[in-house]
Design a protein around this ligand. Structure first.
Ligand code: TGC
Ligand code: FAD
Length: 387
């Protein structure tokens, strides 16, 4: 029996029925509602808001969380959701990563009962949108070096500062904002419409053009005591725990982008006849296609293995760092090589590799750059902190 080019390792056989069902329903959504239009949104630098409601109806928002209208799916299902969405475009996976892992997860894990009741059901329905403000313009890799402050004024907090490169910022109803208090970094919920709180879209991106990215500005924003996420400890532990959730999803998601690029390259090189034979019939091209399949396959095996560990509650952050780094590197290499195999046609919007390659420039940078994850693993190996 011929192997599927997208599943050389036989991952399909390792999935449970309910995981396959989730994957297939997202795949159908992506094929029917995303692929026909996403290229145009990318060209227009436009986030397709109209896709939020169907994604919510499929249970993709906060899918791993229990209660509050969330689907309570396992980690492997969340990974498969990310993979299928990113096969469409990284922008959609980004939207779901931020909504689910970076906003709903901290509200669910660290929020008060009233914060959970207020936000989670509406966020699961896609009626309220969240964003996550950690990065500041002077250096995102080192988030502890932050200038945004929250100072006590009586029972309230007063927030000042700004955040940069924030996915969903222009459309968010609530921002999970990490700010420096007298005790250290704490997390707050800041609502659109609060006096002194503004967001601004970052325009002219060459990457993630179908995603809404922006900056957040806080000018003496008065936050009631109830805005603090009460379960957060002081320091980076809480925001890093959110990042671990999102990075896990990215390690799966980028494989979907890479699969889309391999699919395009396979089709094109079979059809393209040069020097009297299909391009795909030359040795060096087959080696390049095989290399793409090898990178995707090893990434899938790693992602599934870590997904099973996550479901057993034994996944460590450094394992996630390894997978985020390794799979993003694999995906961007596949996308760039697929683009090259398409020759001049590969630079046009008629084919997907250039769009995925450009998107993956962001994906390999956000949620910890490649270097940051390499240094995390280096620290684990040596016991020495080289940051
Ligand atoms: P480190 O020593 O690694 O950790 C500090 C404390 O936190 C603990 N910890 C965790 N605890 C619970 N769950 C987790 N997942 C945890 N991960 C870490 C850790 O055990 C430690 O605890 P303790 O008790 O020993 O103090 O922290 P560090 O200060 O050395 O961190 C350095 C570094 C460079 C790794 C960290 O600053 C970092 O990861 N920098 C990169 C910043 C980053 O990734 N920013 C992402 C911003 S959000 C974003 O990009 C969203 S894009 C989303 C999209 O559009 O899809
Ligand atoms: P820098 O930290 O300035 O890094 C610049 C270069 O220096 C990189 O190559 C880096 O690897 C390298 N470097 C850093 N430290 C070291 C070191 N110790 N040794 C060697 N090299 C080093 N942030 C949020 O908080 N929320 C979001 O929703 C969000 N969404 C994003 C969406 C997009 C499209 C993008 C591009 C970014 C987003 N980010 C978000 C920010 C993202 O997390 C940061 O861009 C990322 O963490 C890197 O920070 P930086 O851009 O400031 O680069």
């Amino acid at each position: 029996m011929a192997l599927s080019p997208y599943d050389i390792a036989g991952i399909e056989d390792e999935l449970h029925d309910d995981e396959r069902m989730v994957r297939d329903s997202v795949a159908r959504f992506v094929d029917a509602e995303v692929l026909p239009q996403i290229g145009k949104h990318f060209e227009d630098h436009h986030f397709p808001r109209e896709l939020i409601a169907p994604m919510a109806r499929l249970g993709l928002l906060g899918s791993s969380l229990e209660g509050y209208g969330c689907a309570g799916l396992n980690a492997v299902s969340y990974g498969l959701i990310c993979q299928e969405l990113e096969r469409g475009d990284s922008a959609l996976r980004s939207f779901v990563s931020v909504q689910s892992s970076l906003c709903m997860y901290p509200i669910h894990t660290y929020g008060s009962d009233s914060q959970r009741e207020r936000w989670l059901p509406a966020m699961a329905r896609g009626e309220a949108i969240g964003c996550f403000g950690l990065t500041e313009s002077h250096g995102g890799s080192d988030p502890l070096n932050m200038n945004t402050t929250a100072r006590r004024r009586g029972e309230d907090w007063v927030l000042n500062g700004s955040k940069m490169w924030i996915t969903n910022a222009p459309i968010a109803d609530v921002a999970v904002v990490w700010a420096l208090t007298d005790e250290g970094v704490r997390g707050f919920l800041v609502e659109r419409g609060m006096k002194g709180f503004e967001s601004r879209e970052i325009e002219r991106k060459f990457s993630l053009r179908a995603s809404a990215t922006g900056a957040l500005f806080f000018d003496d924003v008065v936050l009631p005591a109830s805005s603090l996420l009460p379960g957060t400890t002081v320091g980076l532990k809480a925001p890093l725990s959110c990042l671990t959730q999102a990075r896990f999803g990215i390690a799966w998601g980028v494989l979907g982008a890479a699969q889309a690029c391999l699919m395009d390259a396979l089709h094109y090189t079979r059809e393209r006849v040069l020097f009297g034979r299909p391009l795909a019939a030359t040795q060096s091209v087959q080696i390049r296609l095989a290399e793409m399949a090898r990178k995707i396959t090893t990434g899938q095996v790693l992602a599934l293995h870590l997904g099973r560990r996550k479901d057993r509650g034994i996944l460590s952050p450094v394992q996630v760092s390894l997978a985020k780094w390794s799979n993003c590197r694999a995906a961007i290499d596949v996308a760039r090589d697929a683009r090259d195999l398409l020759g001049g046609a590969g630079i046009t919007a008629d084919h997907v590799p250039i769009r995925h390659a450009l998107n993956l420039e962001s994906v390999i940078t956000y949620e910890g750059t490649e270097t940051i994850h390499q240094l995390s693993l280096g620290r684990e190996l040596t016991g020495l902190n080289a940051f």
